[in-house]
Write a protein that binds this ligand. Structure first.
Ligand SMILES: NC(=O)c1ccc[n+]([C@@H]2O[C@H](COP(=O)([O-])OP(=O)(O)OC[C@H]3O[C@@H](n4cnc5c(N)ncnc54)[C@H](OP(=O)(O)O)[C@@H]3O)[C@@H](O)[C@H]2O)c1
Length: 216
């Protein structure tokens, strides 16, 4: 993981043109993927300017998802179910969940005995949910090498084929991909993001940090 074969071009819909959506979208457009943004307000000047600069079309959430094989849910946790409702039929599609349920005092509002990812999978049972891209700040995505070491891109999900595709997308950004097993293991990946936030913002290490799985 990811497959060493030829890179596959994917139709990717990104719901939400915020920090995560635009960072991932830009990287994947540069890799030749067919990226479309799904937003609440297609007339918003900010969203239009961003989409223009990234060279990816802006659509309603439903239209963006219609032809997508991969749908990235790049919205706050509080907006996740509304956005999924807007998206319409997601059966068979890969839904990438980068969401952290951070509270203002840097804790998790969901976690430990369930996870955001499992809640999403329950809400869209026909979709193939993959937890990914949640364990470090987006500001690092332009350069995932830290003192010669490449950051791990942790992901989990119940569908191996879906994880292989998301693994390709993560590797193309520059992650060293780590398959963390079943979706239930998002119960570990979401608190890992909490640890990242605590280290970055409470312990004062700042946001230019990342986790790496070491091998011997
Ligand atoms: N930022 C990071 O470094 C980072 C890293 C890892 C994971 N994450 C996670 O990734 C997710 C997105 O974070 P972000 O930093 O990109 O947030 P953000 O910059 O605030 O962007 C959020 C986007 O969600 C859209 N949105 C809000 N409510 C919506 C709704 N009901 N339906 C559809 N779209 C809606 C917003 O659109 P409008 O413009 O219409 O408001 C905005 O484009 C969060 O769950 C966060 O926990 C963030």
């Amino acid at each position: 993981m990811p497959s060493k074969g030829k890179a596959i071009i994917m139709n990717v819909a990104i719901i939400g043109a915020g920090a995560v959506g635009t960072t991932l979208g830009k990287a994947w457009v540069n890799k030749g993927h067919l990226v479309v943004f799904g937003v609440r307000d297609t007339q918003s000047a900010k969203a239009r300017a961003l989409a223009e600069s990234i060279k990816a079309p802006l659509r309603s959430i439903r239209d963006a998802c219609t032809d997508a094989e991969v749908v990235v849910l790049a919205v706050p946790w509080a907006a996740a179910f509304d956005a999924l409702k807007e998206a319409g039929g997601l059966d068979g599609k890969i839904v990438v969940d980068p969401i952290n349920s951070f509270t203002p005092d840097m804790a998790l509002s969901v976690g430990f005995t369930t996870s955001v990812a499992e809640q999403i999978a329950k809400f869209v049972p026909g979709a193939r949910v993959v937890k990914a891209f949640n364990t470090l700040g987006m500001g690092n995505f332009d350069n995932l090498v830290f003192g010669g070491q490449t950051a791990s891109g942790f992901m989990c999900g119940d569908d191996a084929a879906a994880k292989a595709k998301v693994g390709q997308l993560a590797a193309e950004i520059g992650f060293e991909v780590v398959d963390c097993g079943v979706l239930r293991n998002a119960r570990a990946l979401e608190p890992l993001a909490l640890l990242w936030g605590q280290l970055a913002f409470v312990q004062g290490l700042g946001p230019n940090i990342a986790f790496k799985l070491l091998h011997r």
